[in-house]
Design a protein around this ligand. Structure first.
Ligand code: ARG
Length: 458
């Protein structure tokens, strides 16, 4: 017998039973469901809506059920549809009529809205902790590589020299924003939907502030229809996770490139790479590839729920039961990706000589040659054109800028002097880029300090 079977003259068709049920994916909400029910029962008792003896029985019963679920002693059934009805049915089986009073002034609509909200609220700090650990790993690697020169790229063409630390710290800044985005989400979602009822509140003298406070919410949600209708907090966390995965995916792509023989800037630890079943020489960056691949999955989860929500009228509609699988999948996926990615970074071996070799080719110091002439008084545009000609000349001669003789340099500009070779050295080009946010050691030191302070504050 279903809890809602009152008006029905027939049993639900077996196919419908399975189709309608959500217990196989919402069972994980058991703790939120029980915690919410305890607060609701306490409020009902304190407001004189149900007798205090019943409240005591409900609480004792729920405590027992929670312990039994955690001990693996409870079997949920699709006949009871979802976690809310499974728990309530169990309670009534155990304590009798008092159990039947629990659902006074409540609907599964505000119950499920509460449970999912509390679930997201519990998982966000887990995600933030994982990201903070990733930040710590980045800072350690950055500290070791402040003078490791590498080519910085635009269009995947060698552009200007940077340090490996500067490259890593770019991601450090991105992940810091990912953390604050999740923190923002936490602030907005912390309003309590319980007491919204099915959609229109209730005629019982409930106290929504009582339950909101008991459940650590800042306040009850202002509008009962909104309370049961919106899933924006789930969409918001999935949007934040999609942006985070986009960052992880770009980083993964670079790890994959850097491991290739074409780059060979890093070598992954054997524990964080895999082999091929046929090609004995292979060492593949599967972890980074999987993180890149799983990004598509998280975007898909977000798109699923956006699409589910886009055309449904207020208030609750069963479509909204489809919120849980993508939400759980997105959170589970990201929670798997961050720690493995952080460990992969922590254990990778950096190959500075290869980075430097790559930085020595591709005229990465051409901007510096132009800046050299500009600092001697030539307008930057003219200096730019002169160096363009030099690069083209070098191309014909098969030489680098710093391999040209002073006489060759001076045929294009008499302003070139002996000090040009110093100005063109990679160390100068990287080390003198000390503008705020640049790759010079003074700046990467400041960036590391900023990230460390950000982490320490949390
Ligand atoms: N299992 C349902 C869900 O996840 C709970 C709410 C059901 N409400 C209803 N009116 N059928 O959305």
């Amino acid at each position: 017998m279903k809890l809602w079977s009152g008006r029905f003259g027939k049993e639900t068709d077996a196919l419908v039973n399975d189709f309608n049920a959500s217990i196989h994916f919402d069972a994980r909400l058991y703790k939120e469901d029980i915690t919410g029910s305890m607060a609701h029962a306490t409020m009902l008792g304190d407001c004189g809506i149900i007798p205090q003896e019943d409240v005591a029985k409900i609480k004792a019963g729920l405590t027992e059920i929670l312990a039994d679920i955690e001990a693996g002693k409870v079997e949920f059934t699709a006949d009871n549809e979802d976690i809310h009805m499974n728990v309530e049915t169990l309670l009534t089986q155990r304590i009798g009529d008092a159990g039947k009073r629990l659902h006074t002034a409540r609907s599964r609509n505000d119950q499920v809205a509460l449970d999912v909200r509390m679930y997201v609220r519990r998982e966000i700090p887990v995600l933030i902790d994982q990201l903070l650990e990733l930040e710590r790993v980045l800072c350690v690697q950055a500290k070791e590589n402040q003078t490791t020169v590498m080519p910085g790229y635009t269009h995947l063409q060698r552009a200007q020299p940077i340090s490996f630390a500067q490259h890593l710290l770019a991601y450090g800044s991105m992940f810091a924003r990912d953390i604050t985005r999740l923190e923002d989400c936490l602030v907005r979602l912390n309003e309590c939907p319980l007491g919204s009822g099915a959609l229109a509140g209730t005629t019982y003298p409930i106290d929504r502030w009582h339950t909101a406070k008991a459940l650590d919410f800042d306040r009850p949600m202002s509008n009962s229809l909104d309370g049961v209708s919106d899933r924006d907090y789930a969409l918001e966390v999935m949007s934040d996770l999609s942006i985070l995965m986009m960052h992880l995916s770009r980083f993964s792509e670079e790890i994959i490139l850097w491991c290739s023989w074409e780059f060979k800037f890093i070598e992954l630890d054997d524990a964080y790479a895999t082999g091929s079943s046929i090609m004995p020489q292979k060492k593949n960056p599967d972890i980074a590839e999987l993180v890149r691949g799983k990004t598509g999955r998280v975007y898909g989860d977000l798109m699923t729920l956006l699409t589910v929500m886009k055309g449904i009228p207020l208030a609750y509609n069963k479509d909204m039961q489809e919120d849980k699988e993508p939400l759980f999948d997105a959170i589970d996926t990201v929670e798997m990706c961050i720690p493995v990615f952080a460990n992969m970074l922590a254990t990778m071996r950096v190959l500075p000589a290869n980075m430097k070799r790559a930085a020595s080719q591709g005229f990465i110091n051409a901007t510096d040659a132009a800046d050299y002439l500009t600092k001697k008084g030539l307008p930057f545009r003219d200096a730019y054109t002169t160096v363009g000609k030099l690069v083209s000349y070098c191309g014909e001669q098969g030489k680098l800028l710093e391999e040209l003789s002073l006489a060759e340099l001076q045929t294009l500009s008499p302003m070139f002097a002996d000090d040009v070779y110093e100005a063109l050295s990679l160390e100068t080009c990287m080390g003198d880029r000390n503008s705020y946010g640049g790759p010079a050691v003074s700046q990467t030191t400041r960036q590391i300090e900023d990230i460390e302070a950000f982490v320490a504050k949390r």
